[in-house]
Write a protein that binds this ligand. Structure first.
Ligand code: ZN
Length: 382
């Protein structure tokens, strides 16, 4: 071959070779990047187009999938990047929906870690809830009530049905779960939960403005309180509570504290008379702050007692009897049932005289929790 012809061919070859490299340079680059980062080529291209390669320092399966499935929204880059991937058909759609509502990566991770995927639509069908990411992690969060928690959290003034509720109160994640578990997202008397005979006979039975007793429920072990510690001979409690009450009064006496039962067990019929008399006297709204509707009174359980002081009047906040009871009653199994500042929870005014028997063990737990019995139940038995 002629020498100049050889040279000519060589130059052509070089030109072709350079052109091939130049034309495929980007693809080769993407290919190498894909191998080193784990992302697919399509993803790497999107990184280039959006100029975000520098922000991506590790592999994120969620991010890779969002792009692969053409569901990538650049606004949510940070969210995809920080979410643990879940192997669900509609995972990226759920993430996009949650992110659109306003949930951040940490909320969304908490949602997938704590909520059954079939319930995530409940969250998506509601508006953004600031506290959701927190309360779904709590032990006594009950997924069946998810919709109620969100609605309550987003509309905290719902408690307006209670004359005790101060509209300036704001609830945190813990309150939201507690109050909804205690049914306070619903109006008083709107629940219609009637205790079975078996439930009514338990020492820990809860009776309040949501849980009621059958009209004919009467405890089968009513026993008369020692007349030394009662206003009259017809003061009854369930046997165990009577014994505890006698013991408490006897021990108090040793410290010169006089306690008497002013009113203990009350039948449905008797409660009905009382309640209606109070309404006649004070009107319905006022009467309901201190008198239970028939069927809704703990007195019908035979486990509640209104205590009188040494002067035969019902114990008041200023009495030494009150201080003594506050410090000691739980040791005998009794708790102050309607404390001050918890009126909107119990639905009753502060009643320094009304004590509820729960047994020593449970009474100590409730006492130490600092909660009302309603809240305690909401956090422990749901
Ligand atoms: Zn009472």
């Amino acid at each position: 071959m002629h020498k100049s012809k050889k040279k000519y061919l060589f130059i052509i070859t070089i030109i072709i070779f350079i052109s091939i490299i130049f034309l495929n340079y980007n693809n080769i680059f993407l290919y190498l990047k894909s191998i080193t980062t784990g992302y697919n080529i399509k993803t790497i291209k999107v990184f280039n187009d959006n100029n975000i390669e520098k922000q991506i320092t590790r592999y994120s399966e969620t991010l890779d999938e969002a792009i692969k499935q053409d569901k990538f929204n650049p606004k949510f880059l940070d969210i995809y990047y920080n979410i643990n991937y879940q192997d669900l058909d509609n995972f990226i759609d759920l993430v996009n929906n949650l992110a659109t509502i306003g949930y951040n990566a940490s909320d969304i991770n908490a949602i997938f870690a704590n909520i059954n995927p079939s319930n995530i639509n409940i969250i998506i069908n509601n508006t953004y809830d600031t506290y959701l990411g927190e309360y779904i992690k709590l032990d006594y969060f009950n997924e069946e009530k998810l919709d109620r928690y969100i609605k309550f959290s987003n509309n905290q003034e719902k408690l307006n049905y209670s004359i005790f509720f101060d509209n300036n109160t704001t609830f945190n994640a813990l309150d939201i779960v507690t109050l909804v578990n205690a049914n306070l997202d619903k109006e008083y008397y709107s629940n219609d939960l009637i205790l079975t005979d078996e439930e009514s006979n338990k020492t820990d039975a809860i009776v309040n403005k949501y849980y009621q007793l059958e009209e004919d429920f009467e405890p089968n072990n009513l026993t008369t309180i020692d007349s030394k510690y009662a206003r009259n001979d017809s003061q009854l409690l369930q046997k165990e509570a009577t014994e505890a009450f006698n013991q408490m009064c006897s021990d108090a006496k040793l410290e010169n504290i006089s306690l008497y039962s002013g009113s203990a067990y009350r039948s449905y019929k008797y409660q009905n008379t009382l309640y209606n008399n109070y309404i006649k006297k004070d009107g319905l709204t006022a009467a309901e702050t201190y008198s239970a509707r028939p069927g809704y009174s703990e007195h019908q359980l035979g486990l509640a007692v209104d205590i009188m002081n040494g002067n035969w009047s019902y114990v008041s906040k200023e009495d030494i009897e009150y201080s003594w009871l506050l410090a000691n009653s739980y040791k005998y199994g009794f708790i102050l049932r309607y404390p001050e500042n918890k009126e909107y929870i119990t639905g009753y005014m502060f009643e320094p005289w009304h004590y509820r028997y729960l047994g020593k063990e449970l009474a100590s737990k409730v006492y130490n929790s600092g909660l009302t019995y309603d809240e305690y139940v909401a956090r422990n038995l749901n």
